[in-house]
Design a protein around this ligand. Structure first.
Ligand SMILES: *[C@@H]1O[C@H](CO)[C@@H](O)[C@H](O)[C@H]1NC(C)=O
Ligand SMILES: *[C@@H]1O[C@H](CO)[C@@H](O)[C@H](O)[C@H]1NC(C)=O
Ligand SMILES: *[C@@H]1O[C@H](CO)[C@@H](O)[C@H](O)[C@H]1NC(C)=O
Ligand SMILES: *[C@@H]1O[C@H](CO)[C@@H](O)[C@H](O)[C@H]1NC(C)=O
Ligand SMILES: *[C@@H]1O[C@H](CO)[C@@H](O)[C@H](O)[C@H]1NC(C)=O
Ligand SMILES: *[C@@H]1O[C@H](CO)[C@@H](O)[C@H](O)[C@H]1NC(C)=O
Length: 407
C-alpha cells in the first residue's frame, strides 16, 4: 500500500512536470522578477552611498565656508509651504548664539551645502541627491511618531548622519513641549481656586478617531464611567466642532470641564506633544496623560502637573479617582502648584536649527552615521497599544509600526 502510494506520487510529479514545464519556467521567472523589484530599492541606496566619494562634491572645502549652507532637500509638510525667511530668522533670534548658517532650498547648491535636511514625510525616492561628500551631514527630520513615517525609511541604512526629532536621543532635539524651572521660586502664589465649583467632567478635543495605540478604546470605557465631552471629528454630536482656534476652544471647554484627556495618537518613546503643552499654558484643566516609557517621560513633563492614566488599574478606576478629586478643592488645586517652581513658555526658536548650526561650526564634531535606522526609528521607540482585555498596554509588533497608517 505504502509502496503503491509512493509510485503514484512519483508518476504524478512526472506528469505534471512534463505538462507544465513552460508554466513552471514562467512562474519562476516572475517570482524572481518580483523579488528583484522588491529589493532593488535597498541596493539602489547602497549603490548611491558607494559612489558618493567619487563624485563632484568631493573637493569642496566646507571648513572655510561662511555662512554654512543648510539645504532643505525636501519641503516640510508639502502643503504648509514654510518660507526661507521663517527658517532663517531662527539664526537671528537673540536666543540663538550661532548666526553663521543659512537655510536654502536651491538644490543646485548641493555640493556647497554642509548639511542636507530630509523631512521624512516629504522624501521622494525619485529625487534623492545624486552626489554626496563624506564631509556633509544628511539629516533625518521628523516630528511624527514612528507609524506616521514612510515605511521605506526603514531601509535607508548608512544614509543619515544626524537625526532631528522630538526624541531625546536625537542629535538635535526639536521638542513640542517647553517649560523651565523658574530662576526664583515664587513664594506666595496667590491662593487661587482652580476648581471653581466644576464637576468631574473630562474634555477631549480629537480629530483622529482610530489610532495606532487604540486610545479610543480607553476613552470609550472612560466615557461610560464619567461625563466626557468629545469635540472634533470623532464626536457623535455633530455640533461639537471646534470652530475657532484650538486654544480658544480649549479655553471655552475649561469653563465646565475640570480634566482634559491629553492622550497622544502613539504611546511611544518621548512622544509628548502640544496636547500637554496647551494645558500647562492654559492652567485650567488637569491633563490626563498615558505614560508608557518611564525612562524619559519624567524629564519631559512638569512634576505633579498631570494625572497618569497608566497608574490606575482600569479606566473605571481612574474615573473614580477623578470624581474623588473634585470633592476636595485642596487636592484638585495641588495639581497646579507646580507654578511656584516652573513655567511654561513659548519658544520662538522651536526648531533644531540653532543646535545644528553649533554642531556644523564645531571642528571636533565626530563623524556619525546611522547604520540601522529601522532599529533607531521604529524598534527603540517601543510603541505600545491599549488592550481593553488586559486593562493595560501591550507592545505593537515592529512590522505593524512600519506599515500602519491612521485612517
Ligand atoms: C510657496 O511659496 C512661494 C513663495 O511664497 C511660492 O512661490 C510657491 O509657489 C509656493 N509653493 C507652493 C507649493 O505652494
Ligand atoms: C461655589 O459654590 C459655593 C456654594 O454653592 C458658592 O458659595 C461659591 O461662590 C462658588 N464658587 C465659585 C468660584 O463659583
Ligand atoms: C454626568 O453628569 C450628570 C449631571 O451633571 C449626572 O447625573 C450623571 O450621573 C453623570 N454621569 C456619570 C457617568 O458620572
Ligand atoms: C460650529 O459650526 C457648525 C457649522 O458651521 C455649527 O453647526 C456648530 O453649532 C458650531 N459649533 C459651535 C460650538 O459653535
Ligand atoms: C555621513 O554618512 C556617510 C554615509 O554613510 C558617510 O560616508 C560619511 O562619512 C558621514 N559623514 C560624516 C561627517 O559623518
Ligand atoms: C479590567 O477592569 C475591569 C473594570 O475595573 C474589570 O471588571 C476587569 O476584571 C479587569 N480585567 C482585568 C484583566 O484585570
Amino acid at each position: 500500500m505504502k509502496y503503491y502510494r509512493t509510485i503514484k506520487r512519483h508518476l504524478c510529479y512526472k506528469y505534471l512536470l512534463s505538462k507544465c514545464r513552460w508554466l513552471c519556467f514562467i512562474t519562476t521567472l516572475s517570482v524572481f522578477y518580483i523579488f528583484i523589484r522588491c529589493y532593488s530599492f535597498t541596493s539602489e541606496l547602497t549603490f548611491m552611498n558607494s559612489f558618493l566619494e567619487t563624485e563632484k562634491c568631493w573637493n569642496f572645502n566646507y571648513d572655510d565656508q561662511i555662512p554654512k549652507l543648510i539645504l532643505f532637500w525636501t519641503q516640510t509638510y508639502m502643503r504648509i509651504n514654510i518660507s526661507l525667511e521663517y527658517w532663517n530668522q531662527k539664526f537671528n533670534d537673540k536666543t540663538c548664539p550661532y548666526h553663521q548658517c543659512e537655510v536654502i532650498f536651491d538644490r543646485s547648491k548641493l555640493c556647497q551645502s554642509s548639511a542636507l535636511v530630509f523631512h521624512l514625510r516629504d522624501i521622494d525616492l525619485n529625487y534623492l541627491p545624486q552626489h554626496r561628500s563624506a564631509k556633509q551631514r544628511f539629516v533625518l527630520y521628523s516630528m511624527e511618531p514612528p507609524h506616521l513615517n514612510p515605511k521605506f525609511v526603514a531601509n535607508m541604512n548608512n544614509y543619515f548622519n544626524w537625526t532631528a526629532t522630538y526624541r531625546q536621543d536625537s542629535d538635535m532635539i526639536t521638542s513640542y513641549v517647553y517649560w523651565r524651572k523658574r530662576k526664583k521660586i515664587l513664594g506666595q502664589l496667590a491662593e487661587q481656586d482652580y476648581l471653581k465649583n466644576r464637576s468631574a467632567k473630562v474634555a477631549w478635543l480629537v480629530s483622529n478617531c482610530y489610532s495606532h495605540n487604540h486610545r479610543e478604546l480607553y476613552s470609550e470605557r472612560l466615557s461610560k464611567a464619567i461625563n466626557m465631552t468629545i469635540v472634533g471629528k470623532c464626536s457623535k454630536t455633530s455640533s461639537n466642532i471646534c470652530n475657532k482656534t484650538i486654544r480658544e476652544c480649549l479655553d471655552q471647554l475649561a469653563n465646565d470641564h475640570s480634566f482634559y484627556l491629553a492622550f497622544e495618537n502613539s504611546f511611544s518613546k518621548d512622544y509628548i506633544t502640544e496636547k500637554y503643552q496647551h494645558q500647562i499654558e492654559l492652567k485650567k484643566m488637569i491633563p490626563i496623560v498615558f505614560e508608557t516609557n518611564h525612562y524619559n517621560y519624567q524629564k519631559l513633563v512638569i512634576p505633579n502637573s498631570y494625572i497618569d492614566a497608566n497608574k490606575f488599574d482600569s479606566p473605571e478606576n481612574l474615573a473614580d479617582y477623578l470624581k474623588q478629586l473634585v470633592l476636595s478643592k485642596d487636592k484638585y488645586n495641588k495639581y497646579f502648584q507646580w507654578q511656584h517652581e516652573y513655567e511654561a513658555y513659548e519658544d520662538p526658536t522651536k526648531t533644531f536649527l540653532c543646535e545644528m548650526c553649533r554642531k556644523l561650526w564645531n571642528k571636533n564634531e565626530p563623524k556619525k552615521v546611522y547604520n540601522n535606522i529601522k532599529k533607531w526609528l521604529f524598534e527603540d521607540a517601543n510603541c505600545q497599544r491599549w488592550s481593553s482585555n488586559k486593562n493595560g498596554t501591550i507592545p505593537i509588533p515592529i512590522h505593524e509600526s512600519i506599515v500602519y497608517r491612521d485612517p
